[in-house]
Write a protein that binds this ligand. Structure first.
Ligand SMILES: [Mn+2]
Length: 330
């Protein structure tokens, strides 16, 4: 897929690489590794993200500086590269600046149904992560270009985007990629896992305990829901990002097919994260709510109030469960 990647971009000199808003390990890891690679290939590279990077991923940013973009991040570039998002609105304001400046842009991403209108599209919805795609991109050129920092960044992205290699998206090839990254980077998995996961605060656990007390089963016990409110965040001195990973708790209840966490952020509405551990396609479900994502993990937003967000989400989920039954005889 990436055989002619360098040929396609060889006429450009200055490249701005963007990762999506509310960055996760996969977009930051793939962005940093790609930027290091493109720098090695002689391009003038800069990296941009609209939002703050969570403390557990700061170390990845130390491998390549990521700045807050403004219109010159687009205007001064010859080419824009977008990482780990299937639509331009996922990248914040840069889409508007691109519109004004008319710069060529390309996407590298693994989300299904990418938006049209990009000059080049490298899309592989079967890939576990954008980091797995970037690994392929570099190794189709020259695997020896993968240094320790790239290897760690790509490893972190694959691990975080696959639930530590537990999701359906993981293939034998994914595990081979991980093995090669460990070899080339000569680091122990634990070094990266420690940075990513062993940094929870007591405040986060206080928030978790409040959130766990809201868990309920809906839709004939097939859907588990959990809520976090602004009040809980205030009481525990935490922020929305501290709910990372919470949805796994309702999802692991025996017999549950899907789980939704509702984050009631007051004036900012209700943010929802949907997860599936069955044939229930939460991407379809989230899309009906105006959001999207993957088959097993998706997000959406509701203007609120919380009770309405829950009832409307469950109503759509019930339809989804029925549709699912029709298409998958059991
Ligand atoms: Mn991803």
């Amino acid at each position: 897929m990436f055989k002619d990647f360098i040929k396609k971009i060889s006429s450009y000199r200055k490249i701005s690489v963007f990762s999506h808003v509310r960055p996760d390990g996969d977009c930051i890891g793939s962005q940093v590794a790609l930027c290091r690679y493109l720098t090695d290939k002689g391009f003038e590279v800069s990296a941009w993200n609209d939002d703050d990077i969570t403390p557990n991923m700061q170390w990845i940013r130390d491998f390549f500086p990521i700045g807050k973009p403004d219109s010159s991040s687009v205007k001064d570039a010859d080419l824009l590269i977008l990482m780990d998002g299937n639509a331009s609105h996922r990248f914040g304001e840069m889409a508007e600046w691109q519109n004004e400046a008319g710069k060529p842009w390309l996407i590298i991403d693994h989300h299904p149904d990418p938006e049209e209108g990009f000059d080049h599209l490298f899309s592989d919805p079967t890939a576990s992560s954008t980091c797995e795609m970037v690994y392929r991109l570099i190794s189709e050129d020259d695997p020896d270009l993968i240094d320790e920092k790239m290897a760690k960044a790509l490893y972190a992205g694959i691990i975080t985007d696959t639930g530590s290699l537990q999701f359906d998206s993981v293939t034998p090839e994914t595990v081979e990629v991980v093995a090669d990254l460990l070899r080339r980077g000569s680091f122990k998995p634990n070094e990266v896992i420690e940075e990513l996961y062993s940094n929870r605060s007591v405040r986060q656990y206080r928030l978790l305990s409040r959130a766990l007390s809201t868990v309920e089963l809906r839709s004939d016990n097939q859907v588990a829901i959990m809520s976090v409110t602004e009040g809980m965040l205030n009481e525990t001195d935490t922020v929305n990002a501290d709910t990372e990973g919470f949805v796994d708790y309702p999802l692991r209840i025996s017999g549950v097919k899907a789980a939704v966490i509702f984050k009631d952020l007051g004036e900012d509405g209700v943010k929802m994260s949907l997860r599936s551990r069955s044939d229930v396609d939460v991407n379809v479900w989230a899309r009906e709510l105006g959001g999207g994502g993957h088959k097993k993990a998706a997000g959406a937003w509701h203007p609120g109030p919380l009770s309405k967000a829950i009832s409307e989400t469950i109503e759509i989920g019930n339809k989804q469960l029925k549709r699912d039954k029709k298409t998958t005889p059991s």
